[in-house]
Design a protein around this ligand. Sequence first.
Ligand SMILES: [Zn+2]
Ligand SMILES: [Zn+2]
Length: 158
Amino acid sequence: MASKEVRDLFVNYLKEHAHRITNERFLILDAAMDADGHFDADELYFKMKNDYLKVSRATVYKTLELMSECGLLTKHNFKGDRTRFETKYGRNVHYHIICMSCNKILEFEAPNVEELQDKVCKENNLKSIDHTLQVFATCNEKDKCENYKEHVAENGGN
Ligand SMILES: [Zn+2]
Ligand SMILES: [Zn+2]
């Protein structure tokens, strides 16, 4: 269940941007705020269907987009994977390491990353709006990794 603050924030956003405020959107808001980890729109849609909640798939997709726009969710595009969402509201800034074989996602915090980018932005007279850091990896222990495949490092950077 979404807290009152979260509901208010969402309602204000919908009003400001002239989006309809519907009961269906509140059901999706609650389900998304209760969801664990990094979920995609279909996972949430099917979970809600299993819970006998009447929502359309298109509205789930649209509502998750709106929740990202108003800062309640973070939207991730992990290499080749479907778009995933996670709760942003009330969470610390964190980053992700993704196993390219089993899609296991590890989260970590790194305040020094934020410090560094603030410094570089400042030095170049830029204001940071958003940032992301994703590390793609493979599990070291083959037997603990579902779908283990050898991955060769790509030539990253210049
Ligand atoms: Zn995360
Ligand atoms: Zn793995």
